[in-house]
Design a protein around this ligand. Structure first.
Ligand code: NAD
Length: 507
């Protein structure tokens, strides 16, 4: 793999991928890609010009003509090669990811690995894209369905999983015979570009995968482009809602995975040590910048007495630059994100929540300019507080309490988000009732971050999702294909028919 070319006196520029070529943008608008622990400018990313967005879609449209008819096995072989290359370059991708995103090296490898699993699953497209066949639906008539690709598909990805989420998107889209334009987050575009290099090296023909950079303007141009068939978006609720409305209005198929507020319900019979470890890991890992992070712990009955143990455990976490050995969590992505999280903590204090652990004044030796916030815990949180109504997306745990499982379920179901939730208990009956009555798309029983493996689909629900079908798994094969149903009759040479049939029935 090559690194971006270094130009004297300037940070390297991030290239775009258009029609198989890594090209320099002609844009006048460039943004810094910054290491969140050091503020070092790692590269500069262009906001693509309208002509560049147009060129990417045009390349995808042209490539689609031949790629859609490329044999399934040939498409699968590219994915087999890609999974081998991602595996081979895992450490290098993780280092780049950690440097531009801030997460620890171990967590960065996890980010790549969860994406790699989707590439592995894409290799079985032969069975995933099978149609159906029914013989003799009427005399001499057969009906069968085909799963055909839909055309040029677009992916818009967020900053928090710069490997996993692009890998949720383009491998499944292209292996189904579509072509793709990815618009990665402008905050950490280096990792998606490494993946794009690998995809090219794996044998994707020119134009099958294209990458343009940018923000609102590029996204809006893609979502309203007449040659785009489908848009897959992952990011915040505000932007996702806008993308969904715009793309739907322009006749696209759309799926938007959006913000979250994930509750963990802790029953008093839960295995205490396991549960506390799970809560602390899932709340503060990746500095809370996971859409499936636990952000609310609902302590039921006597579990309310566990707050001091939770605080003690959270205090043991080591906050440091992601590249440092022993770091449990790194910095937030940007100064803006840090200011936002600090502001919400301030709101929590002002609104009367009890600050059990305060991570605001944390200083990390050697990384004094980093965007760090230490683990922060509030207890006594109520549903009207801003720290509860808003997604904080930082290392902040809100503790609430409930007198019973019923009360806890009602609380979770009143929250508008539906991405993930979990119950911690040793009672199978309680867990079963929880999974049945909870109105959230992904549920864990003693599993804090229940992100499904790729044989299933990511199934966030309610306020966390717009569109019917989720990323990866069987649902995404439906998303990226159109079912065509064929009804066919073939006549024997010389056969005669009974006459004209003016009814709608097949005989
Ligand atoms: P974001 O919404 O700011 O950005 C997402 C993408 O949209 C980026 O590519 C960005 O460049 C683009 N964008 C930004 N502003 C835009 C605008 N005004 N118009 C059009 N496009 C715009 O999200 P983020 O901060 O990068 O990511 C964090 C958010 O993503 C959190 O809310 C998190 O919960 C959510 N998320 C959800 C899931 C999920 O599966 N539900 C997964 C990961 C992240």
């Amino acid at each position: 793999m090559s690194t971006p070319a270094v130009q004297t006196g300037r940070p390297p520029s991030v290239k775009m991928l258009i029609n198989g070529q890594f090209v320099e943008s002609k844009s006048r608008e460039w943004h810094d890609v910054v290491n969140p622990a050091t503020q070092e400018v790692l590269a500069q990313v262009p906001f693509a010009t309208p002509e560049e967005v147009e060129a990417a879609v045009a390349a995808a449209k042209t490539a689609y003509k031949t790629w859609r008819n490329t044999p399934i096995a040939a498409r699968a072989r590219v994915m087999l090669k890609l999974q081998a290359l991602v595996r081979e370059h895992m450490s290098r991708i993780a280092e780049t990811l950690s440097a531009e995103q801030g997460k620890t090296l171990a967590d960065a490898e996890g980010d790549v690995f969860r994406g790699l699993e989707v590439v592995e699953h894409a290799c079985s497209v032969g069975s995933l894209q099978l149609g159906e066949f029914a013989e003799n639906v009427a005399g001499g008539v057969d009906t069968y369905s085909l799963r055909q690709p839909i055309g040029v598909c677009v992916g818009i990805s967020p900053f928090n999983f710069p490997a996993m989420i692009p890998l949720w998107m383009f491998p499944m889209a292209v292996v189904c015979g579509n072509t793709f334009v990815l618009k990665p987050s402008e905050q950490d575009p280096l990792t998606p570009m490494l993946l794009a290099e690998l995809a090219q090296a794996a044998g994707l023909p020119p134009g099958v995968l294209n990458i343009v950079h940018g923000g609102k303007q590029s996204v809006e141009a893609l979502c309203s482009h007449p040659d785009v068939a489908a848009v897959s978006f992952v990011g915040s609720t505000a932007v996702g809602t806008h993308v969904h409305d715009l793309a739907s209005r322009h006749g696209k198929r759309v799926q938007c995975m959006m913000g979250a507020k994930n509750h963990a319900v802790v029953m008093p019979d839960a295995s205490k040590e396991q549960t506390l470890n799970a809560l602390v890991g899932a709340t503060f890992g990746a500095a809370g910048q996971r859409c499936m992070a636990i952000s609310v712990a609902v302590l039921v009955g006597e579990a309310r007495a566990w707050i001091p143990d939770l605080v003690a455990k959270a205090r043991t976490l080591k906050v440091n630059a992601g590249c440092e050995k022993g770091a449990d969590l790194g910095p937030l992505i940007s100064k803006t994100a840090r200011q936002r999280v600090l502001g919400l903590i301030e709101d929590g204090v002002r609104e009367g929540a009890r600050l059990e652990l305060d991570g605001r004044d944390l200083k990390v030796g050697g990384y004094e300019k980093g965007n760090f916030v230490g683990p922060t815990i509030f207890s006594g949180v109520t549903p009207s507080m801003k720290i509860y109504t808003q997604e904080i997306f930082g290392p902040v745990m809100c503790i609430m309490s409930a007198a019973s499982l019923d009360e806890a379920i009602a609380l979770v179901n009143r929250n508008p988000f539906g991405n993930g939730t979990g119950i911690f208990t040793q009672s199978g009956a309680a867990a079963r009732r929880f999974q049945n009555e909870i109105d959230v798309g992904q549920v864990g029983s003693n599993v804090p971050i229940p992100v499904p493996v790729p044989y299933f689909s990511f199934t966030g629900s309610r306020g966390s999702k717009l569109g019917d079908l989720g990323p990866y798994g069987k649902q995404v094969v439906q998303f990226y294909t159109q079912t065509k149903t064929v009804t066919a009759r073939w006549f024997e040479d010389g056969a005669t028919t009974a006459g004209v049939n003016t009814t709608i029935s097949l005989k």
